[in-house]
Design a protein around this ligand. Sequence first.
Ligand SMILES: C[S@@+](CC[C@H](N)C(=O)[O-])C[C@H]1O[C@@H](n2cnc3c(N)ncnc32)[C@H](O)[C@@H]1O
Length: 279
Amino acid sequence: MNYRHGYHAGNFADVLKHVALCELLRLLTAKDKKLFVLDTHAGAGGYDLGGDLARRTGESEGGIRRLAAAPRAGMPAAVARYLAAVAAYDRKFGSAAEGPRRYPGSPRLVRAALRPGDRFVACELHPAEALALKREFAGDRAVEVRQTDGYQALKALMPPVERRGLVLIDPPFEAADEFDRLLRALRQAVQRFATGCYALWFPIKDVAAASFAEVLAGFGPLRLTLDLGGHEAGRLSACCLAVVNPPWRFEETMREALPWIAARLGPGVSAAVEGGRAA
Ligand SMILES: C[S@@+](CC[C@H](N)C(=O)[O-])C[C@H]1O[C@@H](n2cnc3c(N)ncnc32)[C@H](O)[C@@H]1O
């Protein structure tokens, strides 16, 4: 396990995933019923965009930093809400830098949206990342951090007692069998909890992604894609967030937000919103 999300925090893939995550959370917490959230691959929780790892790749320059610098005129509400969530996290550290210095990972975005009574379990297997995640939420009783295999946790925790749930599955795709594991885990989870909302991130790099997407189509997901264009071997240039059972109006907000984001991220960047059947 060599993957460290700190190298990639705030890049175009995080922008796609986190804009969508903020909207899913907003829509799912609009109902006056308790929600369970599971982040199977949670990462460290928060990232220093000025730190060694992030500076080595500079990936946030083509992601959150570019978006945060975009003029607000005509900005879709979902993007404005995401930028507000990033800025709120960054402000906690008193950052005075141009653009965000501290970037919230998925567990921080979930935490910001939770209401009293909602439940949140964040899983992370890498010992150093899990320790960082535990430190990030030290003393916060609303967040249960587990150093464990997220797929095992998914199996154990479905169905949630709340009967309303959002699951984010965001693996590092280091292992050759990651797509297979993901599909197996999703299949089992949907069998146990068919009405849950499942958001799965995956890189679009090779034929493995194409055959994965084909099988995934059987779950009827809404597919959100962001493509930087100009494919180079070994470089991530396109990715997808597939959402099974998206809440009502999610698709509408993504259709508004994603083309706008693509246009701001640079020439040649494209976005697509495809498939889906509303829950
Ligand atoms: C892409 S990163 C997560 C980023 C995070 N979801 C976010 O959006 O901020 C993937 C994380 O999964 C962790 N990981 C790898 N295999 C895992 C497993 N089987 N269970 C839980 N975590 C795992 C890695 O250590 C890494 O921190």
